[in-house]
Design a protein around this ligand. Structure first.
Ligand code: ZN
Length: 347
């Protein structure tokens, strides 16, 4: 590998080291799923690197990260700190493994405490919260199918350990000569942070703002009350920052954080409207609403999605319905363990 200037025309997930700004490099690391890769960003400092996110604990990812840092004139032992955007395994778990071997410091948003406590507990089973939610929302079939494929997907409990520092939103973290402002952006997960380099106008966006896909909402063991409401508020809060170059965790670097935020806000407006219409047409459970909607950029029918994507679709719908209920558009009632929605009476 060699260090190259980043080029938005190339496939973003190809391995390498791509310079996105002076002293800031994008290092895509492999993932075994359809996301293909996660971008780790290496920020140079006078005493070593700060890495934003870490990748999944995976031999191939470790090898590629090591090779990339070598091209930058260092190695894993030169990683001073990891600033992790959120607790999902593709962002967090390699930081824990590298810390074990080399002693780097790991920082994670304090809002991730409840979810980390669950995933690191040996007694907890993967997706327990989500499976329970599926069953209460009419999607027993999805829950059953998902349960059958789960074991091959899980990361061992031992891969999870507490960070060295639970970062408070608003903290300014030093990375070489830079100050990175940790901004609370709950929604994708409760404790999600983005890191903003105000001087260089760079936004390390994690999974809060992705250029090609819409981030999943509240897909975590301990979600908040209204993750979609939180997410939309977080988008509006980041929209108040200066327009910045967006350095996302999945996908290519793009020039305008504002333009993408506007698209994401419009997307959720449309989805909320379609969700409300489906309820008016008689879909009563989140499962039925999910079946009535189309999914992914390719407008796929719900039934054609693999179980894990069906889970994500139903959970996404649950949060859209929850926000519509907060807004007084629909009402819900739980009977015999199933939550059913109806249009709010207008009279
Ligand atoms: Zn994530």
């Amino acid at each position: 590998m060699s260090v190259e200037l980043d080029d938005p025309a190339r496939r973003w997930y190809e391995p390498g080291v791509f310079t996105v700004a002076p002293g800031v490099h994008r290092i895509p690391l492999p993932l075994p799923d359809e996301l293909r890769a996660v971008n780790v960003y290496a920020v140079e400092g006078n005493d070593g690197f700060t890495l934003i996110d870490s990748g999944l604990v995976l031999d191939a990812a470790r090898t590629q990260l090591e090779a990339a840092l070598k091209d930058l004139g260092g190695g894993l032992g030169d990683v001073r700190q990891f600033l992790v955007t959120h607790v999902h395994r593709d962002h967090y778990t390699q930081a824990v493994a590298v810390r074990r071997d080399f002693g780097a410091r790991v920082g994670l948003g304090v809002g991730e405490q409840p979810s980390l406590a669950v995933v690191s507990n040996p007694a907890s089973t993967p997706y327990r919260h989500q499976l329970a939610s599926l069953r209460r929302n009419g999607a027993e079939k999805v829950a059953d199918e998902l349960t059958a494929v789960l074991p091959e997907e899980s990361v061992p409990h031992s891969a999870w350990e507490a960070p060295d520092e639970w970062l408070q939103p608003g903290t300014v973290v030093r990375a070489g000569h830079r100050g990175l402002e940790a901004k609370a952006t709950p929604g994708h997960t409760q404790g999600h942070l983005v890191y903003f380099d105000r001087a260089a106008c760079l936004l390390f966006g994690g999974d809060h703002i992705l250029p090609h896909i819409t981030p999943s909402i509240g897909l975590e063991p301990v979600p908040g009350e209204s993750p979609l409401g939180d997410y939309l508020d977080s988008l509006r809060a980041v929209r108040l920052l200066p327009d910045a170059r967006l350095l996302p965790a999945h996908g290519p670097v793009i020039d305008s954080s504002h333009a993408r935020i506007d698209e994401l806000l419009r997307h959720h407006d449309t989805r909320l409207q379609l969700t409300a219409e489906a309820v008016v047409q008689g879909a009563a459970t989140a499962y039925e609403v999910s079946e009535a909607l189309r999914w992914t950029g390719r407008e796929r029918e719900f039934a054609t999605l693999p179980p894990r994507h069906q889970m994500m679709a139903v959970i996404e719908t649950v949060w859209h319905l929850a926000l519509l209920e907060v807004r007084g558009v629909v009402t819900s009632e739980e009977r015999n363990g199933t939550i059913r929605f109806a249009p709010a009476s207008t009279g």
